[in-house]
Design a protein around this ligand. Structure first.
Ligand SMILES: Cc1ncc(COP(=O)(O)O)c(C=O)c1O
Length: 397
């Protein structure tokens, strides 16, 4: 008897969601497309010369550094690299971070996958931002978790809603949030809600995942206390060099209480043995260059702040709502009465792409919202794209 190909896949494989939006977004790679869809850093920010020089310093024929960089390495990451990450508080917001608590991961996306493997059994509940970062939702669903969305407003995840759910018996194992410049809404969790969330975790015994890849991209440099700094025993903090150095290097990390960390290291061993020693050692060279990473990050902040303002202002000038983020890469736009999935299909024909709000939905509908990334296009192109988008949206109201 013939078995269909699909039937031969695992249950887990069938849990990964498919979407029409993804099919539409596959069209956005066409030449000439003004794409605000991807969460991609501007390639002009990649410090190519500094990275080449760093690679040359690591890859000296016959040197210890070259041998280490090209050899298998420790599962939890190159020790000196962990020390350098731990020492850079602006990357993670935790004073006196202990490098022994860190695990280097292959991008922060792997940290989410490892946490799902080690903390979630099929059917377990996870409370997440709603709208939610797509990659987290996908990973949690593939692990068999049941997701409940906690609505996000301009002050981040609404802890009052979570508190009510907990008071009536809801018991998630994990609560996942992007507290700074959230993907997709750009919202930042207020100080009051940060304190409330940590207090709820202490009271009800869940663990918070604080996913923080945009932290360093605060436009003013101002930042609220990281959740991990409020109580490191109930918070797992995830960070990344993707948005501030290079996503292609695939360098992220997580900091977790020791009882979780040990399980994570075992899971990582099974996944990929370790993250590339070569990229860790090149990034280490960059982190050790006096003042380099800080001035590089400052330049990125200024670039993105200017673009965010240009895009948000152009959208608002056309009478639509644009949330003005205080950092990161995304503007969250509301176009009342406009189905943004239909808008995407039409705007692609006019050479403009973005991600419709529905793609990020958990329980709420975000059908008249759109996530616009301002990271990759320059101001002129952002303004042109915003006006094309508004022109198409105007025809749909
Ligand atoms: C909120 C959030 N978490 C994690 C990631 C994954 O980043 P990486 O694996 O490159 O560190 C992204 C990427 O867009 C993101 O927006």
């Amino acid at each position: 008897m013939l078995t269909s190909s699909k039937a031969r896949l695992s249950m887990r494989a069938s849990l990964a969601p498919t979407s029409t939006i993804r099919e539409l977004l596959a069209l956005t790679d066409q030449p000439g497309m003004r794409s605000m869809a991807g969460g991609l850093p501007d390639p002009a920010t990649f410090p190519v010369d500094a990275l080449r020089a760093a690679a040359q310093r690591v890859l000296v024929e016959g040197s210890d550094a070259a041998h280490r960089a090209l050899q298998y390495g420790p599962t939890d990451g190159v020790f000196d690299f962990r020390v350098a990450i731990a020492a850079n508080q602006s990357l993670h917001g935790i004073a006196e971070m202990n490098p022994d608590e860190l695990v280097v991961t292959t991008g922060s996306q792997q940290a989410l996958d490892l946490l799902t493997r080690t903390m979630i059994d099929p059917g377990d509940d996870i409370a997440v931002d709603d709208p939610c970062y797509l990659g987290a939702r996908q990973t949690f669903l593939a692990g068999g978790a049941t997701l409940r969305g906690i609505p996000v407003d301009s002050c981040g995840l609404q802890t009052e809603v979570l508190a009510e759910m907990l008071a009536t018996g809801y018991r998630p194992r994990l609560v996942y949030t992007v507290a700074n410049f959230q993907n997709p809404s750009g919202a930042t969790l207020s100080e009051q809600r940060r304190l409330a969330l940590v207090a709820l975790a202490e009271q009800y015994g869940f663990v918070i995942i604080e996913d923080d890849p945009y932290r360093s991209l605060s436009f003013t440099g101002e930042l609220l206390s990281s959740l991990g700094s409020l109580n490191a025993e109930v918070v797992i903090s995830i960070g990344s060099l993707s948005k501030v150095l290079s996503p292609g290097m695939r360098l992220g990390w997580l900091r977790a209480p020791m009882w979780i960390r040990e399980a994570i290291v075992r899971a990582k061993q099974a996944c990929d043995l370790h993250t590339s020693t070569l990229t860790q050692m090149i990034a280490l060279q960059i982190l050790e260059l006096p003042g380099f990473i800080d001035s590089h990050i400052t330049a990125n902040r200024v670039r993105y702040a200017t673009r965010s303002l240009a895009l948000g202002s152009a959208i608002e000038a056309r009478g639509y709502f644009a949330a003005m983020p205080k950092g990161g890469m995304f503007t969250w736009v509301q176009m009342p009465g406009v189905d943004t999935e239909v808008l995407l299909a039409r705007s692609i024909l006019e050479g403009v792409a973005f991600v419709p709000g529905a793609a990020f939905s958990v329980d709420q509908m975000w059908n008249d919202f759109a996530r616009l990334s301002f990271a990759t296009l320059d101001e002129t192109n952002l303004v042109i794209a915003a006006n094309i988008l508004a022109d198409v949206a105007d025809t749909m109201r």
